[in-house]
Design a protein around this ligand. Structure first.
Ligand SMILES: Nc1nc2c(ncn2[C@@H]2O[C@H](COP(=O)(O)OP(=O)(O)OP(=O)(O)O)[C@@H](O)[C@H]2O)c(=O)[nH]1
Length: 391
C-alpha cells in the first residue's frame, strides 16, 4: 500500500540496489565513484532513521535523519564535481549543511513546525540539485548533447524545481501537516518523487561513467600508444570517410607520407628508448605544423601520414616542405636518463600525392609511398611528388 513509511523503505532498498550497481564499476577508477557510493550508504541510514519516527528518539528521526540525507545529496554533488575534476566548494556546502540542521532543530525545539522544517530542507536539496545541473551543463559544452549528460543535467534541474515547489507549498501552509509521515496527497506526491532522487542521480552517474569508459576505450583503439596521434587503423577509417566526402563535394584531397631518415642508425647508436623519444617529438612537431582539419597518423614503425582535405598538389607540396624544414632540426628528446646528448639531429623524407578520381585509399597510399622512396633514393631529407598517372 502507498504510505509515506512504505515509500521511505522502498527508497532505502533502492539505495542498496544502486550501491550494488556502483560496486560493479569500482574497477573503472573514475573519480566520483567513492562519493556516490558513500551517498547511497548515508541515505540508506537516513531513510531508516526517518522510518523510526515515533519509535526512536525524535532527535534521531528528525535532526540526524535530515542531516544525513542532506549530507547524502551533498556527497552526490561532490561526486559529480570530482567526475569533471572541478573544485569542491567545501565551505559553502558545510555552511549549507550546518544551517539546514540548525534550521531543522530550530523548527523542532524552538517553534515546532513540520512545514517550516520541510521548507528548510527543500531549500538545501533544491540548491544542491540546481548545483548538480549547473555542474553537468557547464563542465564541457560538447558533452551536454550526449544522452547520459543531458539526461542527468535535465533531471537535476527538474528535481531542483520539485524541491522549490515543495518548499513554496509548505511555506504557504497549503498542506498543513501534523506529522511528516502523514498520508496527505501532496506529502505522498513529494515523497513518491523523492523516492526517485538518489536512485536516478546514481543511475545518471553510472551512465556517465559508462560513457567515459566507452570514449576512453574508443580513443585507446584509435590512438597510437607511443605518440598519441591517430593509429594506422583509425587512419584508414578517416581516410575512407574523407575520400568519399571529397568526391561528393568535388574537392581535392592530398596525402603526405613521411619516414624518419636513418632511423635504424639512430636506434642502434642511442638506443630504442631514445628512438621512441624522437618519434614522440616528431609527432608533436608535425601536429603543430598542420591545420586543424588535417589528420596526422603513425602508420608504421617510423612512418607517418598526413591527410590534407581540400589541398591540391601545390598546397600539399607547400605543407610537405614546411614539415620537412621544421623537422630537420635537432630534436630535444629530454634524454636525461639516457646515455646521450639531449639534442639529436633528425631529418625526414616525404612523399606527396593528390587523390585521383576513382582512386582508392590504398592506391593513393601506394603512390605516396613510391614518391617517398624516390625522395629516399635521391638523397633523403627531401620532398617528392607522385605523378598523377603513377598507377
Ligand atoms: N625506437 C623505435 N624504433 C622503431 C619503432 N618501430 C620501428 N623502429 C625501428 O625503425 C628502424 C627502421 O629502419 P629502416 O626501415 O631500415 O629504415 P631507416 O634506418 O630509417 O633508413 P631509411 O628509412 O632508409 O632512411 C628499425 O630499426 C626499426 O627497429 C619504434 O616504435 N620505436
Amino acid at each position: 500500500m502507498l504510505s509515506p513509511l512504505n515509500l521511505l523503505l522502498i527508497t532505502a532498498i533502492l539505495c542498496v540496489v544502486m550501491l550494488l550497481v556502483l560496486a560493479s564499476l569500482t574497477r573503472s577508477g573514475i573519480a566520483g565513484m567513492k562519493e556516490w557510493m558513500l551517498a547511497n550508504i548515508v541515505a540508506f541510514v537516513a531513510l531508516l532513521l526517518y522510518a523510526t519516527r515515533g519509535i526512536a528518539p525524535d532527535f534521531l528521526s528528525i535532526e540526524v535523519a535530515n542531516g544525513l540525507l542532506a549530507a547524502a545529496i551533498a556527497s552526490i554533488y561532490i561526486g559529480f564535481r570530482k567526475f569533471f575534476a572541478l573544485r569542491i566548494p567545501a565551505r559553502l556546502l558545510t555552511a549549507g549543511l550546518v544551517l539546514t540542521v540548525m534550521g531543522v532543530a530550530f523548527f523542532h525545539y524552538g517553534q515546532n513546525s513540520i512545514s517550516a522544517r520541510i521548507v528548510v530542507v527543500s531549500i538545501f536539496h533544491g540548491s544542491v540539485s540546481a548545483g548538480i545541473g549547473l555542474t553537468i551543463f557547464s563542465a564541457d559544452k560538447s558533452l551536454r548533447r550526449r544522452y547520459p549528460y543531458g539526461f542527468t543535467g535535465c533531471i537535476a534541474f527538474l528535481f531542483a524545481m520539485g524541491h522549490f515547489v515543495r518548499g513554496l507549498i509548505y511555506a504557504s501552509d497549503y498542506d498543513p501537516l501534523t506529522s511528516s509521515l502523514q498520508a496527505s496527497s501532496w506529502n505522498l506526491l513529494f515523497l513518491s518523487i523523492g523516492t526517485l532522487v538518489l536512485p536516478v542521480y546514481t543511475m545518471g552517474a553510472v551512465m556517465m561513467v559508462h560513457d567515459k569508459m566507452m570514449s576512453k576505450a574508443l580513443d585507446d583503439a584509435n590512438r597510437d600508444f607511443l605518440t598519441g596521434v591517430w593509429s594506422r587503423r583509425a587512419f584508414f577509417d578517416i581516410a575512407e570517410r574523407e575520400l568519399m566526402r571529397a568526391r561528393r563535394a568535388n574537392r581535392t584531397l592530398s596525402l603526405l607520407v613521411f619516414d624518419v631518415d636513418h632511423f635504424k642508425k639512430l636506434n642502434d647508436t642511442y638506443g630504442h628508448a631514445a628512438g621512441d623519444q624522437v618519434l614522440l617529438a616528431i609527432a608533436q612537431h608535425a601536429a603543430g605544423e598542420i591545420r586543424s582539419i588535417d589528420y596526422l597518423a603513425r602508420i608504421g614503425g617510423e612512418e607517418f601520414a598526413v591527410l590534407l582535405p581540400e589541398a591540391d598538389t601545390s598546397a600539399a607540396l607547400a605543407v610537405a616542405e614546411r614539415l620537412r624544414k621544421s623537422l630537420n632540426e635537432d630534436i630535444d628528446i629530454q634524454a636525461a636518463n639516457l646515455n646521450t646528448d639531449s639534442m639529436l639531429p633528425v631529418s625526414v623524407s616525404i612523399g606527396a600525392a593528390m587523390a585521383n578520381p576513382e582512386e582508392s585509399i590504398s592506391e593513393l597510399l601506394n603512390r605516396a609511398d613510391r614518391a617517398l622512396y624516390q625522395a629516399k633514393a635521391a638523397g633523403r631529407n627531401m620532398v617528392s611528388l607522385a605523378a598523377a598517372d603513377d598507377a
